[in-house]
Design a binder for this molecule. Structure first.
Ligand code: GRF
Length: 224
């Protein structure tokens, strides 16, 4: 099987990157992670990548102009013959030129049900907004921040007692499940565009919408 060559771009913890690396280690997964790239030398994710035997590289973005930073990024991606870029907690906004160059081949995971709550502090904003459903989205990257055709979403309930931390943990567990699935669809060539929307041709595409009701929510909705 010809596996798509993927670079994962991180800035910090790297738990989604680990989920992608673990998925890619399974037989039959249609992508291989050939490079982990961080724009922060201190990113904890780099250590996890090294422990899992995947080469990591740092292209420091602080104090750099965008053109120089992205030129270095592009050179590394070309050197490793990268075909798909997966952003996983990558906190640097990329220029329109870079995004266009990777159009249809760059994905991102965002911790909200887009188009609700683009940007930062999504869990706090979901709590403040009183929404009953929250979740995460994997999408193709377009020039606007947290914009682009949606590949997959997973929803979780927001419980009355939730804090930013408990809600964030519930969403993160879904991120780790959703991202490997969505990347697999893209890597296997199962994503096509139709009228500006991404359509997934996959037997398991039903997983593109998931609403796992946790035990605690099920119990509290049962009639007594
Ligand atoms: C995740 O919540 C992801 O959705 C967002 O940034 C966070 C990164 O976490 N884009 P990690 O570095 O993958 O643990």
């Amino acid at each position: 099987m010809n596996r798509a060559r993927v670079a994962v771009l991180i800035s910090g913890r790297g738990s989604n990157m680990v989920a992608l690396l673990e998925a890619a280690a399974r037989p039959g997964y249609p992508a291989e992670i050939v490079l982990v790239l961080s724009n922060r030398a201190a990113a904890a994710g780099l250590r996890h990548a090294a422990a899992l035997g995947v080469p990591g590289a740092v292209v420091e973005s602080r104090g750099r102009d965008r053109a120089g930073f992205e030129a270095e990024l592009s050179a590394l991606l070309a050197l490793h013959r990268v075909e798909i870029v997966a952003l996983a907690g990558f906190m640097r906004v990329l220029t329109e030129g870079f995004v266009r160059a990777w159009e249809g081949r760059m994905v991102n995971i965002h911790p909200s049900l887009l188009p609700s709550f683009p940007g930062l502090d999504t869990h706090a904003r979901a709590l403040a907004g009183g929404v009953r459903l929250h979740g995460c989205t994997v999408h193709l990257v377009s020039p606007g921040v947290d914009e682009g055709p949606i590949l997959a979403q997973a929803a979780v309930p927001v419980l009355a007692a939730d804090t930013e931390a408990t809600l964030g943990a519930r969403v993160l567990a879904e991120e780790h499940r959703l991202y490997p699935a969505a990347l697999a669809w893209l890597a296997a060539g199962r994503v096509r565009m139709e009228a500006g929307r991404a359509v997934v041709d996959a037997a398991d595409a039903a997983g593109a919408l998931a609403n796992p009701l946790p035990e605690i929510a099920r119990l509290s909705t049962q009639p007594s």
